[in-house]
Design a protein around this ligand. Structure first.
Ligand code: HEC
Length: 144
């Protein structure tokens, strides 16, 4: 059988796997690591560490919502993390699909921080519908 370009595209679409934790690592390393470094170890004074077990433990059930909020709205305002102060720097909202952001969030929580949590594409979609303000995210982070 001769396979034309249109058939080829259909075949490729059919075998493309859904975004998963593996894609999450690839996406994290190519996008988030530009500021947060590979493995999310952070860049002192520039971008806070994301392999911050204490932060995720403190956030508990609110962690997936916080990650979804920061990725879709970005973040600004003063943050204290690992003995460093991050102030005056803005994390821009991340322009990616719901599936891609969910894969990154799941990699961040489930793989990097072993919280046993994942971020669902539906949570990203819901967060986009009512994007949290940076001050709401800061409050959530402080646990108030
Ligand atoms: C252009 C640089 C940049 C990129 C790219 C970036 N971030 Fe950030 N991120 C920051 C900065 C700066 C802050 C701290 C903002 C502040 O001080 O309020 C931050 C904060 C965060 C926080 C909050 C950390 C905490 O301690 O509360 C999370 C979570 C986060 N980023 C996740 C991500 C993820 C996931 C990606 C990739 C999709 C990403 N970031 C891409 C710069 C970046």
């Amino acid at each position: 059988m001769r396979v034309g370009p249109a058939t080829m595209i259909l075949l490729l679409a059919a075998v493309a796997p859904a975004a998963n934790a593996q894609d999450g690592k690839v996406l994290f390393d190519s996008v988030c690591a530009a500021c947060h470094q590979a493995g999310g170890v952070g860049n002192p004074g520039i971008a806070p560490p994301l392999n911050d077990a204490a932060l995720w433990r403190r956030l508990g059930d609110r962690a997936p919502g916080y990650v979804a909020g920061v990725m879709t709205s970005g973040l600004s305002g003063m943050i204290q993390s690992g003995g460093q102060v991050y102030a005056g720097l803005v994390m821009p909202p991340q322009a990616m699909t719901d599936e891609e952001l969910a894969a990154i969030g799941s990699y961040l929580l489930g793989t990097l921080n072993q919280t046993g949590q994942a971020v669902d594409p539906a949570l990203i979609a819901k967060t986009r519908e009512a994007p949290p303000s940076h001050s709401a995210l800061q409050k959530l982070r402080k646990g108030s």
